[in-house]
Design a protein around this ligand. Structure first.
Ligand code: ZN
Length: 339
């Protein structure tokens, strides 16, 4: 699907008119027979859904950049399909933060590509990889079977399931010699960084600790396109990683930093959930405003922590990731208590 800017903008405006969080579901089932569901999100830009956080592939000229690497075991598939969908050559890969569902496929790229992340991500990714490799190895064949089944269940199309299963087998062949260092970024930055991909500028900004202490906002001004990493969960309860420096206060500041870069036509890829617009970032900020107020009130009403984490907040009706909710509420309860 080759959308001209005019066609794409037309679709975007149509979507904006269709509802606050609305974004068109570009219909193109199994166009490439891929494992991932690759959806156009701009001119020469595709978001990949499935098997981990949302990834973004952007092409310019014969070069391409990939943002985020999905779950462990799916990296080889991601690398193959990143080439397959556009035929462009990947020249850089970016991680938005250290969590396993965004860096799991890193090993498939670091052998011959620059992989860029915020400085604090490095050590955390390595620690995660040490534990994860050990865990998968010790689970042996049962784990391979489980991952193969998942691959078949999660495949966007039957063609993707078939080639993807081969990738899982190859991953398990590589596993005995796999090193945690293969998952580490090859380049890091502190506050800001910029890379060129063809004619495009890919801006990376670390707004301070929000979802983690190593969040990177990815913004491509020429396409008015943003990948927020997990600084946005679209209508899903967000995971606050307190062990990695996350707070709701910091997260709200990060929302402000993202909002500053956006206008009403910015296409925003959240870490999880459907593609959205600027309004989705505002809604993410409001989530924390509402939750913080609710927890302050709960405390002044003398509510216990165990009770507060089970509270029903009507504004979050219909939000997914229900299993994360008690942890999120607990984190904000503690944060508000600490003042
Ligand atoms: Zn995350």
């Amino acid at each position: 699907m080759n959308l001209t800017r005019r066609e794409f903008t037309g679709l975007a405006i149509g979507a904006a008119a269709s509802g606050a969080m609305g974004w068109p579901a570009f219909a193109q089932p199994g166009r490439w027979g891929t494992f991932y569901d690759w959806k156009p999100v701009g001119e020469a830009a595709l978001a990949a859904f499935g098997a981990g956080g949302n990834a973004l592939l952007v092409m310019s000229g014969d070069e391409a950049v990939l943002v985020d690497c999905k779950n462990i075991g799916y990296g080889l598939t991601l690398r193959r399909e990143s080439k397959q969908v556009y035929g462009a050559t990947l020249t850089a890969v970016v991680n938005t933060h250290h969590h396993g569902d965004h860096v799991g496929g890193n090993h498939a790229f670091t052998n011959n590509l620059p992989l860029i992340a915020q400085r604090n991500a490095s050590e955390r990714i390595e620690a995660w990889a040490v534990g994860t490799i050990k865990r998968i190895e010790s689970s042996g064949e049962a784990m391979e079977e489980r991952m193969l089944n998942q691959m078949r269940e999660q495949a966007h199309g039957p063609g993707g399931a078939k080639t993807g299963s081969g990738d899982i087998a190859q991953f398990f062949d590589l596993l005995p010699n796999m090193k945690a260092s293969e998952f580490k970024p090859t380049e890091t930055f502190q506050d800001e960084h910029e890379i060129k991909v063809g004619e495009l500028t890919v801006q990376l900004r670390h707004p301070g600790a929000g979802h983690t202490d190593n969040d990177a906002i990815v913004f491509i001004p020429e396409l008015n396109l943003m990948h927020t990493g997990d600084l946005c969960f679209n209508r899903l309860h967000p995971f606050i990683d307190m062990n990695a420096g996350a707070t709701s206060a910091g997260w709200m500041r990060s929302c402000d930093a993202m909002l500053e870069l956006c206008d009403d036509e910015t296409v925003v890829i959240p870490g999880h959930g459907e593609v959205m617009g600027k309004a989705g970032i505002t809604e993410q900020r409001q989530y924390f405003e509402i939750l913080r107020d609710a927890m302050v009130k709960a405390q002044s009403d003398g509510m216990e922590r165990t009770e507060a984490v089970e509270m029903t907040i009507p504004q979050f009706d219909g939000y997914g990731f229900e299993q994360i909710k008690p942890r999120t509420y607990a984190a904000v309860f503690d944060e508000m208590l600490a003042g």
